[in-house]
Design a protein around this ligand. Structure first.
Ligand code: AHR
Length: 424
């Protein structure tokens, strides 16, 4: 296919439109590979299929660019997509209510396309619910899997239109997104709170407007919980307890803990003030209380990112090379720390026992490689449960205020067996 006029339309375009190889020849002629003044080529602007306009029924909208190997990002919350902001396009979007989609196409070494915008006016569809989803950003592989799970679950059901807003780790962006959902108004809001405190006022505004709010993954502080309908997600405190319980058994089995000599533990915390940070710390502390010789000698935030995990662990090691255990509030930070441990000339998983949370694929691979010892599972696959809960609200059925996700724990005994079917 590379020989077809030296051009090929992007994979996204082929998948989206399901066109034949013969059609590729014709479409290849549309590819905009013209250079700008500096000679750099510009990616062709995304196009929408069907085109913008008024429709009587819900539409599946494909987005495509005529430039080979280009990627597309889109938004549907009024913000401008860039090559690093917006949802990465992977499959046609379900549009069941009036919506404006903006898209940009980009490719490494090329000038990004202009932003294309299309408005779809949908009339005559009854019982379609518009759901606003305020996500915190994309700080970890876990978060990306969580976003995909929720988008895919709502996109698969044409009776929902999901408006997605990425707060890029800023609480003020989340508050602005919630206010724009209230102003539209949407039928329901799903929301992951970057930190627990500070959302009471805007949640009260949603309640006053009669818009139900369902939290996913991270909850708000207990004094604001009466303002939301439900929380779907993990028991973070239990995750902290599981991590410490596993550690107690491992250290004893390995002869590392005699019950009286100090065990030197460092902790990489997640985002300060967030529910998983507060609860994973508290759960670990509950079990630790029965081990008076365990000492958390250094504890700092790594913001749930791999890069900060590496930086902070390097600092911990520069202060003290006698660290025996790393407890990281997520796998991303643990994996970053593993690099720092190697850079310091130590063997991760052997010289330092490493426990993370999430059980992402790369952490299970690190366990299999002997560089990490344990990962407590925290499932990001919340989308189907969110659709079930929102559907129940639409039907007027009551829902439980606490909907848990099912989770396990992985170490050298079971990580390899789990890898082939691991979804994230
Ligand atoms: O809120 C869940 C936590 O946030 C996950 O453990 C972490 O990886 C994510 O960034």
């Amino acid at each position: 296919m590379e020989t077809l006029r030296g051009k090929i339309i992007s994979k996204a375009f082929v998948i989206a439109l399901g066109i034949s190889a013969a059609a590729l020849v014709m479409l290849g002629g549309c590819a905009n590979t013209s250079g700008d003044d500096s000679g750099q080529k510009t990616v062709a602007a995304p196009s929408f299929s069907p085109a913008s306009g008024s429709y009587d029924s819900a539409q599946k909208v494909s987005i495509a660019t005529a430039t080979e190997a280009a990627s597309i990002r889109y938004t549907n919350d009024g913000t401008e997509p860039t090559d690093s902001y917006g949802t990465l396009y992977s499959e046609p979007l379900s549009v069941g209510a009036t919506e404006t989609i903006k898209a940009i196409a980009y490719r490494s070494g090329w000038t990004s396309s202009i932003v294309s915008s299309s408005t779809f006016t949908i009339a005559g569809v009854t019982n379609n619910w518009v759901v606003g989803f305020s996500q915190i950003g994309s700080e970890s592989d876990w978060r990306d899997a969580d976003t995909r799970s929720i988008q895919n679950a709502f996109n698969a059901d044409t009776s929902f239109t999901l408006l997605y807003s990425d707060a890029q780790q800023k609480q003020e962006n989340q508050i602005a997104a919630l206010r724009s959902f209230i102003a539209r108004p949407v039928d329901c809001i799903i929301f992951t709170a970057i930190v627990e405190a500070g959302f009471g006022t805007v949640l009260q505004e949603a309640k006053t407007a009669g818009i139900p709010v369902i939290m996913v993954d991270r909850d708000v502080q207990s004094s604001d919980q009466s303002l939301r309908k439900a929380i779907i997600g993990s028991n973070f405190e239990k995750e902290g307890e599981k991590a410490a319980t596993w550690l107690a058994s491992y250290l004893t089995t390995k002869g590392i803990d005699d019950g009286s000599t100090t065990v030197n533990i460092v902790e990489l915390q997640g985002t300060a003030g967030s529910a998983p940070t507060i609860d994973r710390k508290a759960g670990f502390a509950t079990i630790m209380a029965a081990h008076s010789n365990w000492k958390i000698t250094q504890s700092e935030t790594g913001n749930f990112t791999s890069s900060d995990g590496k930086t902070v662990m390097a600092k911990f090691l520069a202060n003290d090379r006698a660290i025996q255990v790393l407890y990281a509030h997520n796998d991303g930070m643990a994996l970053g720390a593993i690099q720092a441990i190697k850079d310091a000339g130590l063997k991760p998983g052997t010289d330092i026992t490493i426990i993370g949370v999430d059980s992402i694929k790369t952490a299970l691979q690190a366990i299999v490689a002997g560089e990490m010892n344990c990962s407590v599972e925290c499932s990001p696959l919340i989308g189907p449960q969110a659709v079930t809960a929102v559907t129940a609200l639409r039907n007027g059925t009551s829902i439980s205020t606490r909907i848990w996700t099912n989770e396990g724990i992985f170490d050298a005994t079971n990580a390899a067996a789990a890898l082939p079917t691991r979804e994230y």
